[in-house]
Structure formats: structure tokens, C-alpha cells
Write a protein that binds this ligand. Structure first.
Ligand code: MSP
Length: 633
């Protein structure tokens, strides 16, 4: 039977826009789900919106909308936001969904019948921002002990949940399951909080009518946290689709940040114990994204908007937004240790981009693909010789990656991928494929390029949970598919497979200080030419009629071209990238009015246009067939 894996994120208050903090938890859930799916698990991933709050009511009032229309609009926005970031949730649950309301009412009735919910009088403080009750002594100065905002006094008849009955049972459970709250520091925090004693909590409100109605007392609506926690069982079918519920519950992982552990590690397990439902296997508490040293939050006005980060990256690099999304996803987990706080700055983001992607990974792919093109005509070579040490190291890295992913140590898992990438780059430097080519050491060259391509293939699968779009592009270029059947080990690429070129995926970004930026702008202006200057160039279509190597010059080819009625000859430095016979019949672009010069004693009457960088060169040809001699402008 296939094993199941059920992961949740908190359901979010949708009264404001999603920010980097919300994205972080949700991408983490997506990363782990994609990973588990690849491992063959039957996964279920739930996220959603927490809509029955006072916060929502206030935001709707501010927007002059009725609360239901307001949440309908906002929930849609959040859902689309997550989809844009390649988050593949199984269901986006809303606490105004009909099945959820029914489940909450069922739970309330059940707990009332079994005596865990009783009526009493509530007096105490309430913080709207945290949607939390505080005892008189906890907020004497009328300041919320959690967020520092003003609290207000509540005095009303309420229903209470007998939380006090669960202290000992919770301690017993956590003693038997120390893995149930991670990291360990959070486990200790929860335990000492339980040991300090638990008081019953209010679970209804009678002074507002926005919320899940109490099934046995119409004057009350459910306290938003009590209703929200139940989403984790509604979403997989509790009291509704029992088969599905039994299939996925208990949840394998509840993800969240540290501000809401009391609800998840004390109140929620007590509710489940009262319902006689098994407890979730693990709560993992990650850190906060900080800006200017503080937790990001809408009310502090210090939030990072992921859409702005993505747009800025796109405008600096001209890459597709789906790839930019992947880059932000990667950054969040490469930069932060899951469990610790992290700081977002533009500087860190772009430095990481340049180092990790433009330099390390991007360079590796560009070099290996260019060499495959040049030495093996874009076909995966045979492998008869390989480097045992390299393969053993790779195997070790892959095994380590799996252990770290299982432990949710994403940053370190990514470090093992980068260790692999860097070892490949080093292998190129030390094996010098260009010299193997010169000395005709074919077997060694084949083995080397095969190894590099095959390792890139492994990297594709390892990086997939973090960068799904990128992995898709890379796997396609190797004629593969991301699938659970894919084996991540040496020797999976079939010799002869076509390697499709993918161009430069991560162009380097220049990071300037203000002064450097001004200087660069000036330089750019100095380099500008006028339209009249441009018109002085006579660019023409030329058809190659003859091509040959220039004796004793490794880099030069002598190319004869027909340019309209005229015949021209050009000496071009492209011999390391093209064989002469490859060029015959090609239509190229030639600078026709360049003053003739002599190169190695041979007259050269123009210049052929080509794109080139350190590794590759491509002559400019025409997209449609045109007569030779036609002007290029
Ligand atoms: N609605 C409750 C959760 C109910 S779950 C039954 C809630 N919502 S929230 O909109 O405030 O979202 C809180 C969650 O968003 C955090 O637990 C965390 O997962 C994520 N984050 C919000 N701000 C964050 C940071 N600055 N950094 C990291 N994650 C953050 O609480």
C-alpha cells in the first residue's frame, strides 16, 4: 500500500495582502510535498484562509463591503497568488466553506455532549490583531503581550472549552513523542508552558455575529481560533468523507512560525484528545523573515512583497517570470536555516543570484552544453571511462541530500546540491576537456562529458522541489520527464540522446553602488552612437560559396562569399567553432564596407557577424531565406 504524507500550512488571515512570510511557509509545504511525491508518497497538501475573524470584519468595513463579498474577493486573490508561485496545494480551504461550517458545528455539539464545552462568564482582554484572549494579569497596561498593540476589555457570557483537563495527558503524550514538536527549543518552550498550568479557554463570542454559528445557542458564534484549527480535519474529510479522513489523518506535518505554537501544540491536541482523534505527528516551527530587525507585518509597513521582488528581477535580467518565481523560492531556503530567523535584503538576493545561479549553476550548464555541442554534435556521448572517486562523492552527496530533506533541513540539502555543482565545475577545470580534444584522448573526453551531463541530470531532480519550472526546462533539454519513476543515480542518461540547447538561463546582474551606477550611466552615454553613425555601416546578406582552413592558424577560416553580384573574401576567427564544410551555402551577415586588411598575408574584405562569449560562438544567420546582397538594417 502506498504511504501517505499530509502536510498543512496555517490558514491565513486574508485581511491584508500576502507577503514573503506567508509565501515562505507555503513554499516550504510545497517543497516537502513535491519531494515526498517524488519518493512515491500519496501526498495531501492543505492551505487556505481564516475568514471568521474580527480582523476581516474590520477590513471589510474599511473597504465598505459586506464581509462575505470581501472574503470571496480576497480568498480568490490569495489563491491566485499561491498558484503563481508554483504552489501545488491539494485544497485551498476557506473557513466559510460549507463543509467546514458543518464540521465545526459537529465538533461543538460533540464536545458539548461530552461535557468538554460548558457555559460560563468571560472577563478579560482581547487583542484583535492576534485574535487572542488574555487574562486580566497578562495585559495590565492594556498592551498585548504578543504584538504590543492595544487590547480591549471583554465581559460576556461565553462557552468554554475544558483545556485544564488536558495538561497531564499532553505532558504524557509529549514525553512519549519528543519528535512531535521541532526544533527542540520549541518543544521545551511548550512543555514549560503546559507545566505552568492550563486554564479553560473561551470558545464563543456573543458580541459579534460574523463567524460559525453555535449549533445549540444562536446568540453565539465560534471563537475564530477554535474554528480555524478544525480546518485541518475538515479539509481531509472528518465527519464528511470518513474514508478520505482515515486515509490521510493524522497529519504528518503542521508547518508554522513561532507566534502560533500555543494554539497548535496545546489547544489543538487537547481538542483532538477530547474528540478521541489521533494527534498530528509533527509540528515544525520555522523562524521569521525580518526586515529592519523586526518581524515583517502589514501593520508595521515593513513587508516584502514577493511580486515586487520577482518583477524587479525580471526587469534586471529579462528572464521569464516563472523562472524568477523559482529563483525567489530557491533564495528563501538557500538563505535561511529553516527554524531560525532570516533577514531579507535586496543585496543578499542579488548576490546569491549572481553567485549561485549566474556563476555556479548557470556556468556549469552553459559550459557542458556548449562542449557537448562542439565535441559531440549535441548527442550524449558513450561512456567507457569514468572517474570512480567522483561518482562515489556524488553518491554520498545524493544520500546526504535525502537525509536532510527528510529532516526538513532545506538549507543544508541545498548545500549538498551546490557541493555537487561545484565539484562538476572543478572537474572541468582539472580535466581540461579542450586539451583532451586536442590530444585526441577520445575515451576520456567522452567519459568526462557523459559524467557532467549525467550529474546535471541528477541535479535536475534534486533541485526540482525548490525550482519546479527550472527543473522542467532542464529535464526537457535532456529529453527526460520529472516523474516519480526517475532514478537519481549515476548512469541514467542514454548515450546518443539529443541534448537540446537552452541558452543562458541566468544572465549575470551588475550590482552597483550609487556612485558606480552614475559612472556606468555616463559610460553608456559615451558609447552611444547617432543614427547617422549607424547608417554608415553597410551590412549585407552574404552567401558562403567556399571555406577553408588558414594554414598554421588554428583559429582562422578563409571564407568566400557572394554578396549580390560581387564576390568577397573574409578571414574570420571562427575555426574552433565551425568546420569549413559546415558553412557552405549558409547565408550570413557581413559588414560590407569595412576597410580591407591583410591577416596572415591574406586579404580580408569585411567581417562576419557572430555572437560569442568565453565558451561558445554562433554566426548570425537569417530567420527566412533572402537573396544575397540584400541590405541588413
Ligand atoms: N489565521 C492564523 C492561523 C490559523 S491556523 C489554524 C494566523 N494567520 S496569519 O495570517 O497571521 O499567518 C501566520 C503564519 O504566516 C505564520 O505562522 C507563518 O507561517 C506565516 N508568517 C507570517 N509572517 C511571517 C514572517 N515574517 N516570517 C515567516 N513566516 C511568517 O496566524
Amino acid at each position: 500500500m502506498t504511504k501517505t504524507y499530509y502536510v498543512t500550512t496555517p490558514i491565513y488571515y486574508i485581511s491584508g495582502n500576502p507577503h514573503l512570510g506567508h509565501l515562505y511557509t507555503t513554499v516550504a509545504a510545497d517543497v516537502i510535498t513535491r519531494y515526498k511525491k517524488m519518493q512515491g508518497f500519496d501526498t495531501f497538501f492543505a492551505t487556505g484562509s481564516d475568514e471568521n475573524s474580527l480582523k476581516v470584519l474590520k477590513a471589510a468595513e474599511k473597504a465598505s463591503m459586506d464581509p462575505k463579498s470581501f472574503v470571496d474577493k480576497e480568498a480568490e486573490k490569495w489563491k491566485e497568488f499561491f498558484k503563481k508561485y508554483a504552489i501545488n496545494f491539494s485544497r485551498f480551504i476557506r473557513t466559510t466553506d460549507e463543509d467546514h461550517i458543518k464540521t465545526v458545528q459537529k465538533v461543538l455539539r460533540n464536545l458539548h455532549d461530552s461535557g468538554f464545552i460548558y457555559k460560563g462568564k468571560y472577563e478579560g482582554w482581547y487583542c484583535v490583531d492576534c485574535e487572542t484572549f488574555y487574562a486580566e494579569s497578562e495585559a495590565e497596561d492594556q498592551i498585548c503581550p504578543t504584538c504590543g498593540r492595544e487590547v480591549f476589555w471583554i465581559s460576556e457570557d461565553n462557552y468554554f472549552f475544558k483545556l485544564s483537563a488536558f495538561g497531564d495527558r499532553l505532558l504524557e503524550f509529549y514525553a512519549q513523542h519528543p519528535e512531535a514538536i521541532q526544533p527542540e527549543s520549541r518543544y521545551n518552550e511548550v512543555l514549560s508552558s503546559i507545566k505552568m498550568g492550563l486554564r479553560d479557554i473561551s470558545v464563543s463570542r456573543s458580541s459579534q455575529n460574523w463567524g460559525v454559528p453555535f449549533p445549540f445557542d444562536e446568540k453565539h458564534v465560534t471563537y475564530v481560533w477554535f474554528d480555524a484549527l478544525i480546518n485541518y480535519i475538515t479539509v481531509c474529510g472528518y465527519g464528511n468523507e470518513e474514508k478520505n479522513f482515515d486515509h490521510y489523518w493524522p497529519a504528518d506535518l503542521h508547518l508554522m512560525s513561532k507566534d502560533i505554537i500555543r494554539f497548535h501544540c496545546i489547544i489543538w491536541p487537547s481538542m483532538l484528545m477530547a474528540l478521541e482523534v489521533p494527534l498530528p505527528k509533527k509540528v515544525y516551527v520555522h523562524g521569521w523573515w525580518l526586515t529592519s530587525g523586526e518581524k515583517m507585518s502589514k501593520s508595521k509597513g515593513n513587508v516584502i512583497d514577493p511580486d515586487e521582488v520577482v518583477q524587479d528581477l525580471c526587469s534586471k535580467t529579462c528572464i521569464e517570470s516563472s523562472l524568477a518565481v523559482d529563483i525567489l523560492r530557491l533564495f528563501m531556503f538557500r538563505e535561511s536555516s529553516f527554524g531560525d530567523d532570516a533577514i531579507f535584503t535586496e543585496d543578499r538576493f542579488y548576490s546569491r543570484y549572481n553567485f549561485d545561479l549566474a556563476n555556479d549553476l548557470g556556468n556549469l550548464i552553459n559550459r557542458v552544453y556548449a562542449m557537448t555541442g562542439k565535441y559531440f554534435n549535441y548527442k550524449v556521448p558513450q561512456i567507457t571511462q569514468w572517474d570512480d572517486v567522483f561518482h562515489k562523492e556524488t553518491e554520498k552527496d545524493i544520500a546526504k541530500y535525502h537525509q536532510l530533506m527528510e529532516a526538513l533541513r532545506f538549507k543544508e540539502a541545498l548545500e549538498t546540491i551546490w557541493a555537487l555543482i561545484n565539484r562538476c565545475n572543478k572537474l572541468i577545470e582539472t580535466s581540461k576537456p579542450w586539451e583532451l580534444k586536442k590530444t585526441e584522448n577520445t575515451q576520456r573526453l567522452e567519459g568526462l562529458i557523459y559524467t557532467l551531463l549525467d550529474t546535471i541530470r541528477s541535479i535536475t531532480f534534486l533541485i526540482y522541489p525548490f525550482m519546479p519550472h527550472f527543473a522542467e526546462i532542464l529535464s526537457k533539454s535532456l529529453c527526460e520527464k520529472i516523474s516519480i519513476d526517475a532514478k537519481i543515480c549515476f548512469g541514467q542518461l542514454s548515450p546518443g540522446t539529443t541534448v537540446n540547447q537552452i541558452g543562458v538561463l541566468f544572465p549575470r546582474i551588475k550590482i552597483y553602488t550609487k556612485n558606480q551606477e552614475a559612472e556606468e550611466n555616463k559610460k553608456e552615454k559615451d558609447h552611444q552612437i547617432s543614427f547617422e553613425d549607424f547608417l554608415k555601416l553597410d551590412l549585407r546578406v552574404g552567401e558562403v560559396i567556399e571555406a577553408s582552413k588558414v594554414e598554421k592558424a588554428d583559429k582562422l577560416l578563409l571564407i568566400k562569399l557572394k554578396v549580390g553580384q560581387a564576390e568577397k573574401q573574409v578571414v574570420a576567427g571562427i575555426a574552433q567553432h565551425y568546420e569549413p564544410e559546415q558553412l557552405i551555402g549558409k547565408k550570413l551577415v557581413i559588414v560590407n564596407n569595412l576597410k580591407p586588411v591583410k591577416l596572415r598575408g591574406i586579404k580580408s574584405e569585411g567581417m562576419i557577424l557572430a555572437a560569442s562569449d568565453d565558451n561558445a560562438l554562433s554566426i548570425i544567420t537569417l530567420e527566412k531565406d533572402m537573396e544575397s546582397g540584400v541590405k541588413v538594417k
